[in-house]
Design a binder for this molecule. Structure first.
Ligand code: HEM
Length: 448
């Protein structure tokens, strides 16, 4: 008598039997090795079944457990011939080695270029001489950008952000602070790059197709890293599923950028023709911005960038937030030649190297037992605090981003009492940029 017959005698039909088997398989894959989170390596399929069975659990939490259990470095074997072998490491010694000591052997690599094709051959994708040239040019522009961002951030906080939150406070309306900050960043970035303020933060909070397209593209870029290369390329060729989303997102992004460039060229041509106004960037930026300024009475900001240069506790709080919630949650490199990391793990040029920043912040071996709730002030090396990257490719906009963060945080906290709505659940999104899946719903009260 077969097992199936016995089970059916117990009153179980085929659907119930199949469901029980699926549950058993799921639990075995998830907790197979006596509660271990390490995925089992199967012939042909590699570790993909273990990875897929975790998809219901928070991906970031799972990765944290896997790296904790494996001593900070884990080799994920992808399905046979899938090009999905990944060496994940959160070991600071390895990170220092990859980003500094042996930087030349760890370029972004060909796979990165293919996955992030939407970035073209710009600085984020470039390696060797092209990267060196672009970095030099971008670096030389940073002081000017910094001054511009400091001024625009102050104006935007005063004339748009504070009035917007004041209105929400008056009407006791719940605000999605994540959405508001994304709009703020989007307006100031467009202003910096294109010389036009798209007015995403205007009182009616309009729908912003370009910003939505960016979110979609970021999710697809995450998806491409989580599946075999052949799979997403097939979807791209068929133009279906996630890759269809990428096609639509790319179209929206391209249309927006070409639109802004042609507007800008028309403005420049007009200025040249008139020869009345000197062709200075600042003049045109002002023109673009004034169209969107609120006419309400202005409640002046109290803190500008210069006032906040010595606000070290504010800076420490922001650093701590960026440590625990790094906006770029993964770094991704390749190896030019075979190598051995300080942890003893071999590196094969065919494998991807992934550094999960979100995970690093939660590893007690790196940050101590209070890694999830430490608010003490101390200096740490950048190969431990990787939120702005480390080594020769460190973020060029770090100081600029910090200036903006400080101006916004100091002025809003001075004027408003902000509390997260009771019961709001914060879940990280699965994207190459860390967002909260359900936004950040807050109540705002004016301080008296
Ligand atoms: C909180 C805000 C920011 C964070 C967390 C951040 C983080 C990062 C990270 C992690 C990288 C390395 C990415 C990679 O793997 O290639 C990077 C690179 C870079 N960032 Fe930022 N960034 C921020 C804001 C900015 C701003 C405002 C600018 C300039 C306007 C900027 C300009 C750059 C540039 C040019 C690079 C490329 C550097 C290179 O590859 O040599 N960033 N940033």
């Amino acid at each position: 008598m077969g097992v199936g017959t016995s089970l059916r005698r117990l009153g179980l039909g085929y659907p119930e039997i199949l469901l029980s088997m699926a549950c058993f398989l799921f639990l075995f894959l998830r907790h197979g090795r006596r509660g271990s989170r390490l995925p089992t390596k199967w012939p042909v399929l590699g570790m993909i079944p273990g990875f897929v069975s975790q998809s219901t659990w928070c991906f970031h939490d799972w990765t944290t457990e896997v790296l904790r259990e494996s001593g900070c470095t884990f080799f994920f074997k992808g399905p046979w011939c899938s090009g999905m072998d990944i060496l994940g490491t959160s070991d600071p010694a390895n990170i220092r080695y990859i980003f500094n000591a042996n930087f030349a052997n760890y370029p972004k690599g060909g796979q990165f270029l293919e996955i992030f094709d939407i970035l073209g051959d710009g600085i984020f994708n470039a390696d060797s001489d092209s990267w060196k040239t672009q970095r030099k040019v971008a670096n030389s522009r940073m002081p000017r950008f910094w001054r511009f961002v400091a001024r625009v951030s102050r104006e935007k906080v005063e004339k748009v952000l504070i009035p917007l939150l004041a209105r929400a406070a008056e009407h006791a309306a719940v605000v999605d602070l994540q959405d508001v900050f994304l709009r703020f960043t989007f307006d100031t970035t467009c202003n910096l790059v294109f010389g036009v303020d798209p007015g995403c933060l205007s009182p009616d909070l309009p729908s912003v197709p370009f910003a939505n397209a960016l979110d979609d593209a970021e999710e697809v870029l995450f998806f491409r890293q989580a599946v075999p290369m052949g799979w997403w390329k097939l979807l791209r060729w068929l133009q279906v599923g996630e890759e269809k989303k990428m096609v639509l997102a790319s179209e929206t992004i391209c249309n927006f950028i070409t639109g802004r460039i042609s507007e800008r060229m028309d403005e420049v041509a007009k200025v040249r023709q008139d020869k009345e106004v000197p062709m200075r960037l600042e003049v045109q930026l002002d023109a673009g911005r004034k169209r969107h300024l609120s006419t309400r009475q202005v409640d002046p900001v109290v803190f500008g960038a210069d006032d906040l240069s010595s606000a070290i506790y504010l800076e420490a709080a922001l650093f701590e937030s960026l440590r625990l919630f790094p906006p770029v949650p993964f770094e991704h490199n390749g190896a030019a030649r075979p190598d051995v990391l300080p942890s003893g793990h071999k590196v094969d040029p065919k494998a991807k190297i992934v550094i999960p920043l979100y995970v690093m912040a939660r590893v007690e071996g790196i940050w101590g037992k209070d890694c999830c709730d430490d608010w003490k002030l101390k200096h740490e090396p950048l190969y431990k605090f990787l939120s702005f990257n480390s080594g020769p490719r460190i973020c060029l906009g770090k100081d600029m981003a910090f200036t903006q963060l400080k101006v916004v945080a100091a002025n809003l906290l001075h004027k408003f009492h902000i509390t997260v709505v009771k019961g709001h659940v914060e879940v990280p999104s699965l994207s190459i940029i860390l967002h909260m899946k359900h936004g950040l719903r807050v109540n705002v009260e004016k301080r008296v």
